[in-house]
Design a protein around this ligand. Structure first.
Ligand code: C5P
Ligand code: C5P
Ligand code: C5P
Ligand code: ZN
Length: 461
């Protein structure tokens, strides 16, 4: 592994020298947690080097976006958390580009940083922010930015594959721990340990879904009350970080017992515990202290057209931008809950090799993928990939999510989606386990049939 890391570092140094030769650069990044943290990392590094820069966020790097970037005639464009799938188009538009991405690559480019090119898996061994962190550390000493790199990886759920970060992510984690900006420990995996009362952790649990507790506030308060800990009256507002280690253990074992009695399979119960990542420079009790809460805060900005707010938080704003981000977060969480309820009510349609639902205009296209991913712990068949449609301005957005099990059996959603979308004049890509595409509205029915056949072929191999 060390040899491959050296190779990446050497390519990063090449990229850094052409960046340093510019007076100003144009940065283009993706509108999610990984894209925002990537942008935060590269902007900090450029700022420290005194290189002028401006930043632009896109939902998807498609032909239309590339055309408008080319029209600006930038000296050099640094693409972070996107670009690897669009190299041919960048070349044909004559765009002078450096790419730091982790999506499945297509095409040839000199200044291309991507874990897939060095034998690492970009869906769980390195994120866009991790790749950008390596580039940033070729530009200067930027090890303190490892915390943002880990937030991006956690935002892309890269830690879930093994229950902890592996590959190059682990390497960055250790560098960050040494630099004093990160720590990690085993803990309960439910969302909101820094900021939410314990009963809310249970109430909003979606992976695993806790039958009888998820969605039922009274039941969750009762569950804690029955443990004989101090959870009555005002004490019920205590957060996970407010309670003693012994009480935490008590809750975890009671939850495990509860899940066993409810008949949850062991692999789901195991997901209750995992490695969690803390940003040691951030204030306790804030979203930014916990990598998972931080990434959700960022998603809540960028996926609703407010990437500027999320970027400001990444750059250190703990005033106005942070306050706005918190407002957006509560709306985002409500949208996720509503989206899940919608899917539960409408149900999914099952074909031979996939299951799907059509959210129409009921779920925003920018979050339908998140909801699709969360929904499989609530409904449907865990043995099939889930596909979701949502109306979009430029056609229909399609999001696809798979499982580790299916990947092992040959599933590659990135290939399936890009291949099938291309047949209908659409475009798609992503990762083996999570991919997306945009297709024309009229193609929906035929698309899903074709995709079913393509995935069937992958699984038969
Ligand atoms: O652009 P992009 O890299 O952000 O998206 C990664 C997506 O893959 C995220 O939406 C993340 O939730 C999803 N993913 C997943 N399951 C995994 C790994 C990633 O759903 N095990
Ligand atoms: O885009 P991707 O599918 O990674 O998004 C998953 C997002 O959903 C993560 O940011 C994660 O923190 C968030 N999430 C949440 N509540 C849960 C589970 C996941 O907000 N119960
Ligand atoms: O939008 P969604 O969360 O479903 O995206 C899942 C993955 O597919 C992300 O990594 C995203 O960057 C990728 N994607 C893509 N082309 C699209 C849509 C999504 O490569 N047209
Ligand atoms: Zn990413």
């Amino acid at each position: 592994m060390l040899e491959r890391i050296q190779e990446i570092r050497s390519k990063a140094r090449e990229c850094s020298s052409i960046i340093k030769a510019q007076v100003s650069v144009y940065v283009v990044s993706h509108i999610d947690a990984d894209g925002l943290t990537s942008a935060g990392i590269i902007c900090k590094a450029l700022e420290r080097e005194g290189i002028e820069h401006s930043i632009h966020f896109v939902k998807q790097l498609d032909e239309v976006e590339i055309e408008s970037i080319a029209n600006l005639n930038p000296e050099l464009v640094i693409f972070t958390d996107l670009g690897s799938g669009m190299i041919d188009s960048l070349n044909s538009h004559g765009i002078n580009a450096v790419i730091a991405d982790h999506h499945q690559p297509r095409g040839e480019l000199d200044y291309h940083l991507n874990p897939h090119l060095y034998g690492f898996n970009g869906s769980y061994e390195l994120s866009g922010s991790g790749m950008t962190y390596i580039l940033a550390n070729a530009l200067g000493d930027n090890k303190d930015l490892a915390d943002l790199a880990i937030v991006g990886a956690v935002g892309d759920l890269q830690h879930l594959k093994k229950g902890h970060l592996t590959g190059l992510n682990r390497y960055i984690l250790e560098e960050g721990a040494q630099a004093g900006v990160l720590s990690f420990e085993k803990d309960i995996m439910l969302f909101g340990k820094q900021t939410r009362p314990v009963f809310k952790l249970l109430q909003y649990a979606s992976d695993p879904y806790l039958p009888g507790l998820t969605g039922n506030e009274d039941a969750c308060i009762g569950f804690l009350h029955d443990l004989g800990m101090q959870f009555g009256g005002d004490e019920r507002w205590r957060r996970w970080i407010d309670i003693e280690q012994m009480d935490k253990q008590k809750i975890v074992s009671a939850l495990v017992q509860y899940c066993l009695r409810a008949g949850l399979p062991p692999y789901k119960i195991e997901r209750l515990i995992g490695e969690v990542y803390l940003l040691t420079n951030e204030k306790e009790g804030t979203e930014m202290r916990d990598a998972s809460e931080y990434s959700t805060l960022l998603n809540a900005t960028a996926r609703y057209g407010h990437a500027d707010i999320g970027l400001a938080v990444c750059m250190g704003d703990r005033g106005e931008a942070y306050e706005s981000a918190k407002k957006l977060l509560s709306e985002h969480r409500q949208n996720l809950v509503n989206g899940l309820m919608f899917v539960k009510k409408q149900g999914v349609t099952q074909l031979d090799n996939l299951q799907y639902f059509d959210a129409g205009s009921s779920i925003l296209e920018t979050i339908v993928g998140i909801i699709a991913g969360m929904s499989t712990s609530v409904i449907g068949n865990r043995n099939l990939p889930i596909i979701a449609f949502a109306d979009a301005k430029d056609g229909v957005k399609v999001s696809a999510r798979g499982t580790q099990d299916l990947i092992r059996r040959g599933l590659n959603l990135s290939e399936a989606m890009s291949m099938t979308a291309a047949e209908f004049d659409g475009a798609g890509g992503g990762h083996d386990i999570a991919a997306g595409a945009t297709i024309p509205e009229s193609a929906k029915e035929e698309f899903i049939m074709k995709l079913d056949a393509v995935i069937g072929k992958q699984l038969k191999k």
